[in-house]
Design a protein around this ligand. Structure first.
Ligand code: ATP
Length: 231
């Protein structure tokens, strides 16, 4: 179990995580859902250990800190390096033995051009690829589907299923219920600084319908388009 006890995170006076006590089973794919600004990225950064917080996050002792994979929402890339150089850099920094980057290039990215000329989705795919070069115990993926095309999304989903079969623990944040429903075993709803509920697979459909009606339909109904008038 990954256990949080009274976890709080503030930025200045703004409370983002408000005394969260929650637990997550190992060897599962957990979805973290919440609206823009709900605190998903902050929550993931606290778990990864790159953001300070108050309270306690207990990760099982058998988890090796070096075996934690993290995909940020907006991955950072140095200027003027190619995709291949990036993978080599990451591989060296992890003291990984991998040198054949074409083998892990599942998204068929143009590895020999500058990353500066990659699209948003390609950058995300490259950062994701860097996580496939080594084996990790736990994966924290912040918005892995952002900007990624449908084919790429399906590939990521299949990779996640594979990781789950291998007994890995995976956290994925998103504000798109459909994407999470397709891969997660549990979805945790972050709202107003706390986890309001855990949704289990059998209830995903109902949650999705409620989510859509709250987030989309309610807003759309506010649009007061009048009838089109001919001049
Ligand atoms: N470094 C920071 N300094 C100040 N405020 C921050 C910082 N990082 C995040 N915040 C604030 O914390 C809140 C939660 O942000 P966070 O990025 O965690 O939300 P999110 O759920 O991931 O949002 P989104 O879905 O838009 O990516 C927001 O109000 C944001 O402005």
């Amino acid at each position: 179990m990954i256990i949080l006890k009274n976890v709080c995170k503030k930025f200045g006076g703004k409370v983002v995580l408000n005394n969260i006590s929650w637990s997550f089973k190992e060897r599962m794919i957990h979805g973290i859902i919440g609206r823009n600004g709900a605190g998903k990225s902050t929550f993931i950064k606290c778990l990864v250990g790159i953001e300070k917080y108050e309270g306690l996050i207990s990760i099982p002792k058998n988890f090796d800190k070096r075996r934690i994979a993290y995909l940020p929402t907006e991955p950072f890339f140095f200027k003027r390096i190619t995709g291949r150089e990036y993978l080599k850099f990451i591989s060296n920094s992890r003291k990984s033995i991998r040198q054949d980057f074409d083998e892990v290039n599942l998204f068929e990215l143009p590895l020999d051009i500058y990353i500066d000329s990659y699209s948003t989705g390609m950058k995300k795919k490259l950062a994701f690829t860097s996580l496939l070069m080594d084996e990790f115990q736990i994966y924290f993926l912040d918005e892995p589907f952002n900007g990624v095309d449908m084919e790429g999304r399906l590939l990521i989903q299949e990779i996640l299923k594979k990781l789950n079969e291998l007994g890995k623990t995976v956290f994925i944040s998103s504000h798109i219920v459909t994407y999470l429903s397709e891969v997660c075993q549990e979805i945790h709803y972050l709202n107003n600084g706390i986890f309001e509920e855990t949704i289990h697979k059998e209830n995903f459909k109902e949650f999705q319908e409620n989510w859509n009606s709250q987030t989309i339909n309610a807003q759309i109904s506010k649009l007061n388009f009048g009838p089109f008038k001919e001049k």
